[in-house]
Design a protein around this ligand. Structure first.
Ligand SMILES: *Cc1c(COP(=O)(O)O)cnc(C)c1O
Length: 360
């Protein structure tokens, strides 16, 4: 039976990538070594890391005045590193609150500065994005932070907030590389790898060069973007195997037409799933406002929640795994990242139709 993994993260990786990693596990390209066993400063690994960086730059058309950092600590560490590096003498930062990940970023930033929450969708259980013209920004904010895709609520920004000269910071952990973005609009983009890039343990940070070198005094070296940038992400031992797998994923993405091509597939996958939900006569419901529905994490509930367990059990019997929603939303969540093939979504939609017919 074919299995499809709808986990929110760590999440599905392209089979071709896992297969290649398996082939190369014991002996990377005739070196007699696994990538895990190589010195990070040897020419083999330096080549792997450089290719990964070049391919990522290519995929996202990252301008030359941005550094790409391969760090550790996940997106959570970025919740602290962003204020530690970007306050630049200012006392306030603007934060958009659209869900669980926004809330975590806000709480962490609050240890280092005054957080001005420009808007919040808490009034409707984080099911929408407050319109830009309602945002209450602080004219002295050091930067504006938002979560481009709320992995738990299934809410995604479909346009980039226009913030003028204030550095824009985005947590793109769950939608980086899923759609075309204009990197030049951002001061910092960060993303934990385990949703759309590779294994957990690697975090990608893309930072505009003029924002380097302003960390708070006494900030630990490991939390200073400039230290990592000056050392090409090799200030300490980087997460070498994660970088290697990420590099394979970048090659896979390029081979499949790059970000613009995968974006079209992602739109088609999401449209298929949302229309199955909307066309179910209320058997399934998506709590998220139509315009703000995520292409990566599709949250939905069953009208009759007492059927949830039967739904999950029967889905698993058909190879449709990890569909249980987050406890804050309830119901189901299908994460359909880049590596989820169209056939996986087709199988899910077909199961959902059958299940609804059977119990109706
Ligand atoms: C998963 C996720 C995080 C947390 O990532 P860690 O690597 O566990 O720190 C943060 N933000 C978003 C949007 C996520 O999806």
């Amino acid at each position: 039976m074919v299995m499809y993994n709808f986990s929110a993260g760590p999440a599905v990786l392209p089979r071709e990538v896992l297969f290649q990693a398996q082939q190369e596990l014991l002996d990377w390209q005739g070196t007699g070594m696994s990538v895990m066993e190589m010195s990070h400063r040897g020419k083999e690994f330096m080549g792997i890391a450089e290719a990964a960086q070049i391919d990522l730059r290519d995929l996202l058309a990252i301008p030359a005045n941005y550094k790409v950092l391969f760090l550790q600590g996940g997106a959570h560490l970025q919740f602290a590193m962003v204020p530690l590096n970007l306050l630049r003498g200012k006392a306030t930062a603007d934060y958009v609150n659209t869900g669980e990940w926004s809330k975590k970023a806000i709480a962490e930033a609050g240890k280092f500065c005054k957080v001005n929450v420009v808007c919040s969708s808490a009034d409707k259980n984080f099911s929408y994005i407050p319109p830009f013209d309602s945002w209450q920004r602080d004219s002295n904010a050091a930067y504006l932070h938002y979560t481009s895709n709320e992995t738990i609520g299934g809410v995604e920004f479909n346009s980039i907030p226009a913030v003028g000269d204030v550095p824009l910071v985005a947590d793109m952990s769950s939608n980086i590389l899923s759609r075309v973005v204009d990197v030049a609009k951002y001061g910092v983009i960060y993303a934990g790898a385990q949703k759309n890039i590779g294994p957990a343990g690697l975090c990608i940070v893309i930072v505009r060069e003029d924002l380097l070198g302003h960390a708070l005094p006494n900030v630990p070296s490991m939390l200073n973007y400039k230290v990592h940038a000056d050392n090409d992400s090799m200030y300490n031992t980087p997460p070498t195997y994660g970088i290697y797998i990420a590099g394979l994923v970048f090659k896979w993405l390029k081979h499949n037409g790059g970000v613009a091509a995968i974006e079209q597939t992602n739109i088609a996958k999401a449209a298929m799933l949302y229309s199955a939900i909307d066309g179910s006569n209320g058997f399934y419901n998506c709590p998220v406002a139509r315009a703000d529905r995520s292409c990566m994490n599709v949250a939905f509930t069953l009208q009759n929640a007492s059927l949830d367990n039967a739904f999950l059990k029967q889905a698993e019997q058909q190879g449709l795994m990890q569909l249980k929603g987050h406890r804050s939303v309830g119901g189901m969540r299908a994460s359909i990242y880049n590596a989820m093939p169209l056939a996986g979504v087709e199988a899910l939609v077909s199961f959902m139709g059958e299940f609804a017919r059977k119990v109706a």
